[in-house]
Design a protein around this ligand. Structure first.
Ligand SMILES: Cc1cc2nc3c(=O)[nH]c(=O)nc-3n(C[C@H](O)[C@H](O)[C@H](O)COP(=O)(O)O)c2cc1C
Length: 190
């Protein structure tokens, strides 16, 4: 069975909920685990070892000031040794982000996650979900944010993590996790 490691940061618990939904989806098709980047951005040796051994790595972070939070960037910068050794090359990958505004510059975070994984030579899996963009569409619908790179979520600034992200965004995250897991299975069986 393919091994998937989901590595994320969440300052206040909203992106953690999204990460859990990605995990639930991934676990429906593969062997998946969740790793939180701590508040100082310094990750454990166990996380590095798991990432090195994985078939797929999924990265998630909230959008802070139009990009990834510094804690997640610290982890990313610390991966440069792996970049040099091409340790993560050809692994399956994907990403997700969550922020307060409907747009909120989430695309900047997604573009950066794609660039980061591209530097490593990883193979990015797109969201593959139609946008919920009809007159009667709403936040309960899957992919209401209308992304294509990865899973997006909206958590209003005054919402607690038990209130947001909402149903549609969590469904989107779940199904993206399952989709990546399916592709990782195929990739691992080559
Ligand atoms: C320092 C900081 C910067 C933020 N910048 C943005 C932003 O650029 N766009 C946006 O839509 N929301 C922004 N937000 C709101 C967060 O993305 C939102 O509260 C999110 O749900 C936090 O996720 P977390 O609970 O996993 O940390 C910002 C929040 C903080 C604390």
């Amino acid at each position: 069975m393919a091994r998937i490691e989901i590595i994320y940061f969440s300052g206040y618990g909203h992106t953690a909920k999204q990460a859990q939904a990605v995990l639930d989806g991934a676990q429906s098709k593969a062997d998946a685990r969740l790793w939180a980047v701590p508040d100082d951005g310094v990750v454990s040796d166990a996380l590095w070892a798991a990432a090195d051994a994985a078939d797929a790595l999924i990265f998630g972070a909230p959008t802070y000031m139009g990009g990834v939070p510094w804690q997640f960037k610290r982890f990313i910068d610390a991966s440069s040794g792996r970049w040099q050794e091409r340790k993560w090359a050809s692994k399956i990958t994907g990403g997700f982000t969550n922020s307060a505004s409907a747009v909120g510059d989430k695309g900047e975070t997604m573009n950066y996650l794609r660039t980061f994984t591209g530097q490593h030579g990883m193979l990015w899996v797109p969201l593959n979900q139609a946008p919920a963009n009809m007159l009667n569409s709403g936040p309960d619908d899957r992919n209401f944010a209308g992304g294509s790179s990865g899973a997006l979520a909206i958590s209003p600034a005054d919402a607690r993590p038990d209130q947001a992200p909402g149903k549609g965004d969590l469904q989107s995250a779940h199904d993206y996790g399952a989709y990546i897991a399916g592709i990782a299975q195929l990739h691992a069986a080559r």
